[in-house]
Design a protein around this ligand. Structure first.
Ligand code: SAH
Ligand code: ZN
Ligand code: ZN
Ligand code: ZN
Ligand code: ZN
Length: 457
């Protein structure tokens, strides 16, 4: 049998383009891997389907992490089905969330001197377990403050293809929190935003009359060691799969059932690797859950959302969510070589906030140079100038863009109009390339998997 790794390619080129993979859909009858229902893919060439359709894992792009593979039209024997079920069972987390909650209760009763964390197993240890881990590295004297900031205690997962975690810099996390509070939200559905979740938790514990709550949905099960079932659900955002089954589903539903003065916002910061269509489909299901729980009123509204994603995905996101707009605010990360504050000053981060709230209410910090454009009715970055011809503030990357009369739009400052190509491009570009560009940045010469704008090293 062909192995999925061959088909999925080394870098997980999931974009539609020549010789690439297209996601068809999450179909109801899809077979399951340990990460829930698989997604249906097909190889494409020049936009046309080519070859047999197949199912592969929704969450893992690297077959080392999950090698699930099945042709769409493949007949799977009863024996193989049974073996698969057994395999899926044995690849669930070694303990349940409930068990982890019990462990946590016991852990916090321990005196500081007995509170250890195994760095190798990424696990809080009870004294009876020290022995088994005796050859491992520990952290000692785990304080209550540390328990409240698990994102500082846990190693950020670094698997590039599957589950890289890029944690918000304090500046950005604090900005998001302040914005959420100032907009009057009292509940935050944190989808893949563990650091925002923990900041909300600690803020709420400090200010009792704030009544701010967060529910974290994330695929990283390590977080179940620190949060109750009302605070964390093990969730896969590529196929809207709750690992905790109906009970977890209900927790989420209950959380979204907003009371009169407790409005909800969803904040998500998914891995940038792609599969925008899969993410959009899950987010629509979360939005539908919110809508279903509403008792009358606001029927025509959408659940407010912040989707944090690079600006070069703007057109893809708008395709699925036409009511969204992109804010100029640059989101920074701690452990991201490219997108964090450097000693030498701030590098430009390509990561933005997409929202269905009116742009005028998203107030961006003046200290960082953002200002309000009265014509566009939104806050824009310092270098973003209003173009009289486009009648909009056209910069996407924070630099001042220039208008090209021939292209009839604003373009990057480093671009020039090329008469041969009949469009603007870098000075040293190769003319009339028929090659379809990278799905992420639009440039030719590389594919999404090797796009320099996504490089994290
Ligand atoms: N900036 C955020 C973290 C974003 S990193 C913060 O600081 O809070 C992406 C997050 O999405 C990680 O927490 C990761 O565990 C989670 N994630 C990755 N793949 C996922 C999936 N398939 N389903 C749900 N969460 C996922
Ligand atoms: Zn250990
Ligand atoms: Zn403007
Ligand atoms: Zn213009
Ligand atoms: Zn031009």
């Amino acid at each position: 049998r062909r192995c999925p790794g061959e088909l999925l390619g080394g870098g997980g080129n999931m974009a539609a383009g020549p010789g690439e993979l297209a996601l068809l859909r999450a179909s109801p009858g899809a077979p399951c891997c340990p990460h829930g229902p698989a997604l249906l893919f097909v190889r494409t060439s020049q936009g046309k389907e080519e070859g047999r359709r197949f199912y592969a894992c929704s969450a893992c792009r690297d077959r080392k992490d999950c090698n699930f593979f099945q042709w769409e039209d493949e007949k799977v024997s009863q024996t193989r089905l049974a073996a698969r079920e057994e395999y899926n069972r044995s690849h669930q987390a070694p303990c349940t969330h409930r068990q982890n909650v019990e462990r946590y209760k016991n852990f916090v009763l321990l005196p500081l001197s007995k509170r250890r964390f195994c760095q190798e197993c990424q696990q809080l240890l009870l004294p009876a377990e020290w022995e088994e881990h005796s050859s491992h590295q520990f952290l000692y004297d785990i304080s209550t403050a540390q328990l409240r900031s698990p994102s500082q205690l846990l190693y950020p997962l670094e698997n590039k293809k599957t589950n890289a975690q890029y944690l918000f810099a304090d500046r950005s996390c604090q900005f998001l929190l302040d914005l959420i509070i100032s907009l009057g939200f009292r509940r935050v559905l944190s989808v893949g935003t563990p650091r925002l979740h923990e900041l909300i938790q600690s803020k709420a514990s400090q200010e009792e009359n704030l009544r701010l709550r967060s529910l974290l949905l994330d695929i990283d099960f390590r977080y179940s060691q620190f949060y109750t079932e009302d605070e964390f659900c093990h969730y896969n955002m590529f196929n809207h799969y709750f690992f905790g089954g109906e009970a977890a589903h209900e927790t989420c539903r209950k959380f979204l059932r907003q009371d009169k003065d407790e409005s909800v916002i969803m904040v998500t910061d998914p891995p940038f690797g792609g599969l925008v269509e899969a993410l959009a489909s899950s987010f629509k299901k979360l939005m539908a859950m919110w809508k279903d729980t509403e008792k009358g009123g606001n029927k025509n509204q959408e659940m407010p959302m912040f989707w944090i994603f690079p600006y070069f995905f703007e057109s893809r996101i708008l395709e699925f969510f036409p009511s969204f707009s992109m804010m100029d605010y640059q989101v920074d990360y701690d452990n991201h070589a490219l997108y964090k504050h450097g000693k030498t000053g701030r590098r430009q981060s390509p990561v933005r906030i997409f929202t269905n709230l009116p742009p005028s209410v998203i107030v961006l910090p003046a200290e960082e140079g953002y200002r309000f454009c009265a014509i566009c009715q939104r806050y824009v970055s310092a270098g973003n100038h209003h173009c009289e011809i486009c009648n909009s503030c056209t910069s996407k990357d924070g630099r001042r863009w220039k208008h090209c009369a021939l292209c009839k739009k604003c373009v990057k400052p480093s671009w020039f109009h090329c008469n041969k190509c009949n469009c603007c491009a870098l000075k040293n570009h190769t003319c009339e390339k028929t090659d379809v560009g990278c799905f992420v940045c639009g440039k030719t010469g590389h594919k999404r998997s090797t796009c320099p704008s996504l490089s994290h090293t």
